[in-house]
Every structure is written in structure tokens, then in C-alpha cells.
Design a protein around this ligand. Structure first.
Ligand code: 1HE
Length: 265
């Protein structure tokens, strides 16, 4: 069974159940879960190892009232980084978030409070985002004299489109509630984002692991390809996934009319 002892974590907390559902907690509430360099290294460690440890789904949650306040601005200020040093910091962020997005294990973000700057970059690397009434989204980099460096130009622009992202950065626009859902920042708006994330994780974990691997890595890879190459890659992935031995029982159940049918509710 996956356990926290298998990781060296100070800024994150990890708990796994017998079914392989991992709850990963951003655990710097006193600093509003701001991402310091150490926390990013821990994210890399966790998301590098979990796919090989049999994790079936990850719930990414936060301690305290805010999900994540983005880059640790105090550390950044105190370190007085050179352009080269900060470029390397950004590359470590990309390493962490790419491991999340392309790792093949469903990651479901349970959001609350501030999901801002690098916190939104982190959330946008999850496969599903669940918001509650307290959740709000912003990219305050523009107002801080900064620019995004953790993949927002790719993932946030993917979610909301270029024009909205530019507006968020130029004006500090904050999205929350139904409007945040309608622009694509989250897929669910509920009273209890953690309970909903758990429900979604448990549902996703009922899929075959190889199928989830394809859903949570192949789709993202294919978005980076030409349509022609993506169609070819899709055929190759489907060749492997759609002929996997464990799928036979599910197909048999459909043929026997014992499998659940797709219904609207
Ligand atoms: C922090 C950070 C942080 C809080 N770095 N320490 N991100 C931002 O511009 C968001 C900056 N943070 C905020 O706007 C607010 O802190 C919050 C709205 C998130 C929360 O407000 P509040 O009133 O609950 O907390 P607070 O009093 O502002 O902060 C509490 C403590 O957390 C305080 O530390 P303390 O030691 O004085 O108690 C704050 O300094 C600390 N804290 N946010 C460091 N971000 C790869 S490029 C990515 C670019 C970016 O992400 S830019 C960052 C955008």
C-alpha cells in the first residue's frame, strides 16, 4: 500500500487508502500554500513516483482556507534571483506540472479560496477542477510586476482562451462562482469540493488503469501534435488499450446485457 513514509515531504502531506486513492495536501497554510522551491521539488517527487506505485487517482487539496497563493513571493524577493536562476525555477515547476498532467493517473483538484497566480497554474495541471463557493481565480502577476512562469500561457490559455487570460493579467480580473465555471476554470461548483473530488476520484478509479493512463496522458500529448499525427497516435493508443485483456470482461458484460447502459441520469 502507498504510504507517506515512501516520500520525503515537509510542505506536502500524503495519505492513501487501500483502493489506491491518494489524498495529497498542500500543507503550508500559514503561507497560504505559496509554492516555494522545496514544495515544487516535493511535487516532482510525488508525481514521479505515484504512477509507478499503483495509485488509482489523486485528490489534490489544501490545508487552510486558500488552495494556493502562487509563487512564494517572499522567497523570490529574498533570493534576489538572476534571470538564469529563475529560468531554472520555472523549469522545475514545468517538471512538476508535466508529471501531473502527463503521468497517467487522474488528478482531481479540490479548490477553495484563492487559486491565484502559480496556484492557478498548479490547478490547471489537474485533470478535473472542483470549486466551492469560496473559490476564486486570478492571475495577479501583472499587478506584481511579474509574468507567469509555471505554464499558464499554455494551460490557463487552454482553459479560458487567450483573450480572457490577457484580460486577467492586464486588469487583475477575478473569476468566481458560475462565471468561473462558464469560462472553463473549473468543471464543478459544489458546496463541498473535497467530498465531490473524492466521489469523482472513486468513480474514475473504477476504470481500468490502462484506460485511465491513456485518458490522463494521451489526450494531453495529442493536443501537442498536428491533427494528422494525433490521429495516428490515437490509433496506436487505442490499439493497445482497446485490446487489453481486462477489458474483455467488460465487453462480455455488455454483450450479455448485464452491464449498465448509458442513461442521462
Ligand atoms: C505569501 C504569499 C505568497 C501569502 N508568497 N508568502 N500570487 C499573489 O500575488 C497572491 C499573494 N497573496 C495574497 O494575495 C493573499 O495572501 C491571499 C489572498 C492569498 C490570502 O490573503 P490573507 O489575508 O488570508 O493572508 P495574508 O495576510 O496576505 O498572508 C498570510 C501569510 O501568508 C503572510 O505571511 P506572514 O509570515 O506575514 O504571516 C504572507 O506573506 C503569506 N503569503 N501569499 C509568499 N504568494 C512561476 S511564476 C508564478 C507567478 C506567481 O505565482 S506570482 C504570485 C501571485
Amino acid at each position: 500500500m502507498i504510504s507517506a513514509d515512501q516520500f520525503q515531504l515537509e510542505n506536502l502531506a500524503l495519505h492513501a487508502d487501500e483502493a489506491g486513492i491518494v489524498t495529497l495536501t498542500l500543507n503550508r497554510p500559514a503561507k497560504r500554500n505559496a509554492l516555494n522551491a522545496a514544495m515544487v521539488e516535493e511535487l516532482i517527487e510525488v508525481f514521479s513516483k505515484l504512477p509507478r506505485m499503483g495509485a488509482r487517482a489523486v485528490i489534490l487539496r489544501a490545508e487552510g482556507p486558500h488552495f494556493c497563493a502562487g509563487l512564494d513571493l517572499v522567497e523570490h524577493h529574498q533570493e534576489d534571483r538572476s534571470p538564469e536562476a529563475f529560468m531554472h525555477i520555472c523549469l522545475r515547476w514545468h517538471e512538476a506540472f508535466n508529471k501531473m498532467e502527463y503521468g497517467g493517473v487522474p488528478v482531481i483538484a479540490a479548490l477553495k479560496g484563492a487559486v491565484v497566480g502559480g496556484g492557478l497554474e498548479l490547478a490547471s495541471a489537474a485533470h478535473i477542477r472542483v470549486a466551492d463557493a469560496s473559490t476564486y481565480f486570478a492571475l495577479p502577476e501583472g499587478q506584481r510586476g511579474l509574468f507567469t512562469g509555471g505554464g499558464a500561457t499554455i494551460r490557463v490559455a487552454d482553459l479560458v482562451g487567450k483573450a480572457r487570460m490577457i484580460d486577467m493579467m492586464l486588469t487583475g480580473r477575478v473569476y468566481k462562482g458560475d462565471e468561473a465555471i462558464s469560462v472553463g476554470l473549473a468543471q464543478y461548483l459544489v458546496q463541498d469540493s473535497e467530498a465531490k473530488a473524492l466521489e469523482l476520484a472513486q468513480r474514475a478509479a473504477q476504470n481500468l488503469p490502462l484506460t485511465n493512463f491513456a485518458i490522463c496522458s494521451a489526450i494531453s500529448h495529442m493536443q501537442n501534435m498536428s491533427s494528422l499525427d494525433a490521429a495516428y497516435a490515437e490509433a496506436c493508443v487505442a490499439g493497445i488499450v482497446n485490446t487489453q485483456a481486462p477489458a474483455r470482461a467488460r465487453l462480455q458484460a455488455f454483450a450479455d446485457k448485464t452491464a449498465a447502459r448509458v442513461r442521462p441520469d
